[in-house]
Design a protein around this ligand. Structure first.
Ligand SMILES: [Zn+2]
Length: 56
């Protein structure tokens, strides 16, 4: 079980944890959506990497 936040390293059980699984890869744990979005922003995971979904 992942138990420390991927972003800030705090024990996620103390907060409102969010888990992200990457395909068949490992699961990342975050305290909450704030840590998740901060992690994504800092890692640049959304840069040039979105699917080509467009609203109709
Ligand atoms: Zn955190």
């Amino acid at each position: 079980m992942p138990s420390s936040c991927e972003y800030c390293d705090s024990p996620v059980e103390r907060h409102d944890p969010v888990y992200v699984r990457e395909g068949e890869g490992r699961e990342r744990a975050f305290c909450n959506y704030a840590c998740l979005t901060s992690y994504v922003d800092e890692a640049g995971l959304t840069t040039g990497n979105c699917c080509e979904w467009s609203p109709t």
